[in-house]
Design a protein around this ligand. Structure first.
Ligand code: DWN
Length: 399
């Protein structure tokens, strides 16, 4: 594994704390590397999953209209295209996807007990454990194999990718399909969105790496969709080697595109690391200039991504007064590491705000629609994706 980037000392990205919890806060050194053999980009040292995913986990998939709509459309597409009579979701969070399948047809794996319990209340059978070979064997023993296994923004969270895919293979019917989506490495490199890298994202997947890893686990990719969510994601359709679904040519296209973009070469990653360091310098310069001009800056969306940016750049309450976020479990707390207060938009997104840093830049459309009044009165958004800049006036394009 060749190390190419260091994002410094980082806290648990979603561990929002109360003021007295500050002393015991956990930090680790975030270093990212490239595996020359599999072409996988991963953390050099993984954070222990229970430190991140436990009964205090605060990220709700349903916290944006964009993701609610995305999962409604995804569920409809899967039903129409594959008509599964049963679906297993790995990482079901608050049930935003599963709810589109009847309780007799959907089952979830969710290690965060708070979400497992609330989804059980909806009537679904949820296993509150981490996905593993042991769990896969247990589930197959009780429920048989699945024709469809689905997972969104979860497979890239699991450190042991080899075991993860072996466990999927074991639980999958001979003719079954494994559909999963995660942020795209190519999109991250193109948008310079280094804030996709934080504790929970143990890996940032390229199709090239997934193709290698799935093959090793006895599976093959037969189709890929590119989606715009979470700053550009890949939805991969895989089956057991030699399975019934015809290949549609998208795999070859993506492999070629990734190869042309240099994703198989270490030098691409060293160049990216340089752009990341430049982005940090520019963001600090911009924020200092704005602040020195007597303006009030807040951050919009207390995201995992903003934890990563703020801790990497050393941005605290000297620059950002507070963060506004709609999630009740984050409000009234301090952001991880740099301890910026989080308040509700009703409390904090008022006429006193001059600039808002887009911690949730991936929802630019949704946010600018919602905050048209802020823009109308001269308020401005700041982003670092794809480059550090102030977004002036309308129309604002999605990065
Ligand atoms: O993989 C992961 C992705 C899918 O979600 C997880 N590891 C954790 C999480 O990452 P994130 O925190 O960067 O995700 P989001 O979806 O960018 O977070 C958006 C945050 O912004 C939420 O806390 C809700 C908030 N928000 C808001 O306050 N007002 C969002 C919108 C759209 C808004 O209008």
């Amino acid at each position: 594994m060749k190390k190419f980037l260091s994002l410094g000392k980082q806290p648990i990205a979603n561990a929002f704390i109360t003021p007295d919890e500050g002393q015991d806060e956990f930090f680790y050194n975030l270093k990212v590397g490239f595996d020359k053999e599999t072409k996988l980009v991963s953390h050099m040292d993984f954070v222990d999953p229970p430190l991140m995913f436990n009964d205090s986990y605060v990220y709700h998939t349903s916290s944006s209209k964009t993701m609610i709509k995305h999962f409604e459309e995804t569920a409809k597409m899967i039903q129409e295209r594959f008509g599964p009579n049963r679906i297993l979701e790995i990482g079901s969070n608050d049930g935003t996807f599963l709810r589109h399948f009847g309780i007799a047809h959907g089952m979830g794996i969710e290690p965060c007990e708070n979400f497992a319990e609330s989804t059980r209340q909806m009537g679904f059978m949820i296993y509150s454990e981490f996905w593993s070979n042991k769990l896969s064997v247990e589930i197959v023993g009780r429920h048989g194999r699945f024709y469809t296994i689905y997972s969104a923004n979860c497979i890239c969270h699991i450190p042991n990718i080899k075991e993860t895919l072996e466990a999927v293979y074991f639980a999958l019917d001979e003719n079954g399909i494994f559909i999963f989506e995660d942020p795209s490495l190519l999109e991250m490199l193109e948008r310079n969105s280094y804030d996709q890298i934080y504790d929970e994202h143990a890996h940032i997947f390229s199709i090239t790496a997934l193709n290698n890893l799935l093959k090793e686990a006895g599976m093959e990719i037969f189709s890929i969709d590119k989606t715009q969510v979470h700053g550009g994601s890949n939805r991969v359709y895989a089956q057991k080697e030699g399975g019934p679904h015809p290949h549609d040519g998208t795999l070859e296209l993506e492999l070629e595109q990734e190869s042309l973009a240099g994703l198989n070469e270490v030098k691409t990653y060293t160049a990216f690391a340089k752009r990341v360091r430049n982005s940090k310098t520019k963001l600090l310069e911009l924020l200092h200039d704005i602040k020195d001009g007597g303006n009030k800056i807040v951050s919009y969306g207390a995201t995992s991504k903003s934890t990563s940016v703020f801790n990497y750049c050393g941005i605290g309450t000297d620059l950002i007064d507070y963060i506004v976020d709609t999630t009740p479990d984050k409000q009234g707390k301090l952001s991880p590491g740099v301890h910026i207060p989080v308040v509700s938009p009703e409390e904090g997104f008022d006429d006193s705000v001059d600039y808002a840093f887009l911690g949730a830049w991936n929802y630019l459309d949704e946010i600018t629609k919602k905050e048209s009044e802020f823009l109308r009165r001269g308020g401005q958004f700041i982003t670092h994706v794809p480059e550090v800049r102030v977004l002036r006036g309308e129309p604002i394009c999605q990065p």
